[in-house]
Design a binder for this molecule. Structure first.
Ligand SMILES: [Zn+2]
Length: 384
């Protein structure tokens, strides 16, 4: 294990050089050209490590990459990282990759270009002999995670259905942390159709869509906190009208989150029950349109075994592994929601994702590479 740490220290200068090239290309989710340019560099890096890389073309978002390596063992390992960022074109020109006070800054460096590179580097560190002990190692680099993975989720689901273990390379805040649970998220659009009328001459002919929506918002927000970990947020309301006209249309966007799969399902059912209940404003018509759903990533029995592996590898590196439960979703929700043992938060250490001060801690790179390499080396002996 300390051999890994020594080897990882040697790799840091080359790691940062490669990362600089990746970070210095704007790759916001909606900037396909940039994401594809990053993809070309990522592909070349995989090929240098002996992986065969497939491109899965996408019309709107960047192309997804799937890197593969076959071995002669039994376990099928899937790693996942995303190449897109939340930053618009021009961000790199404003604040390119910079090293200052032991930290490396740049758009998407922490979340999570460094995670993809850490994954590839850790596979190198684990070594060919270890990699041959797997039946297959598959590494998805997707292009659209920051907008909810609309184009890559089918690919992730297909590959996860062929995997025994999933490692997600999202970043985390402290060298000892791994992410074991993430809340599920259900997003919705709510439309209310009423009847417009002159507010002074014939108010009784009108059916006020805003008023009905107001009652619905209060009922939905009433679910917030009604079950452990359940949160509801009505985050946007749209209604365009005039003071003297009874409004006939109103819309709200909201989301529900919960940590446990059972609570998540109960939250979804409670929302549907509110919509199915009789209307407060008679004759208004309510339509609930579900958006993307991220199932909760929960600490299942299989995931506990992965945490135990991380715990013993971490102990050898002087880290007392801390399993984190967090509110934000990742592609780990998709694989965990399918019941595939998933360990997340295996990327690098830093702070301020989605923020101009986003950075990674350079000193923490070797220990995280060694942790990941050690986990990969231990996996073929884990009985799931
Ligand atoms: Zn991310």
């Amino acid at each position: 294990m300390t051999a890994d740490l020594d080897a990882a220290r040697e790799l840091v200068p080359a790691f940062l050089d490669e990362l600089r090239a990746w970070v210095n290309i704007d790759s916001g989710s909606d900037h396909k050209t940039g994401v594809d340019q990053v993809g070309a560099l990522v592909r070349a890096r995989f090929e240098r490590s002996g992986f065969a890389v497939e491109t899965h073309p996408q019309a709107v978002y960047g192309d997804n990459l799937v890197a593969r390596r076959k071995g002669s063992g039994r376990m099928r390992l899937l790693l996942i990282g995303h190449m897109d960022t939340v930053f618009p074109v021009g961000t790199v020109a404003e604040r390119p990759f910079t090293i200052r006070d032991g930290r490396a800054y740049g758009p998407g460096i922490f979340d999570m270009k460094s995670g993809i590179l850490a994954g590839i580097t850790a596979l190198d560190l684990a070594g060919a002999e270890t990699l041959d002990r797997f039946a297959a190692i598959t590494f998805i680099c997707n292009s659209d995670e920051e907008v909810g993975s609309p184009g890559s989720t089918p690919l992730i689901r297909a590959e996860a259905s062929q995997a025994d273990v999933v490692l997600v390379l999202e970043p985390t805040r402290d060298p000892a942390c791994v992410t074991v649970a993430r809340k599920g998220i259900a997003a919705y659009t709510l439309d209310v159709q009423g009847v417009s009328a002159h507010a002074g001459v014939m108010p009784e002919a009108g059916r006020n869509a805003i008023l009905e929506l107001a009652h619905l918002i209060i009922a939905l927000q009433g679910l917030h906190g009604s079950l452990p970990s359940l949160s509801v947020n009505v985050g946007a309301v749209y209604a365009d009208g005039r003071r003297n006209v009874v409004p006939d249309r109103a819309q709200a966007h909201f989301e529900m989150r919960a940590a446990e799969p059972e609570i998540f399902a109960q939250g979804q059912a409670a929302i549907e029950a509110i919509i199915a209940a009789p209307r407060v404003v008679p004759d208004t018509v309510v339509t609930l349109t579900p958006g993307p759903v991220h199932q909760p990533l929960a600490l299942t029995e299989g995931a506990r075994k992965l945490v135990a592996v991380a715990g013993s590898v971490g102990a050898e590196l002087g880290l007392q592994i801390k399993p984190l439960s967090i509110g934000g979703a990742s592609d780990g929700n998709t694989t965990g929601g399918m019941g595939i043992p998933t360990l997340d938060g295996l990327g690098l250490i830093g702070q301020n994702s989605h923020n101009p001060d986003e950075h990674i801690i350079i000193d923490a790179i070797p220990v995280r590479l060694a942790l990941l390499a050690g986990i990969i080396r231990a996996l073929p002996d884990v009985i799931l």
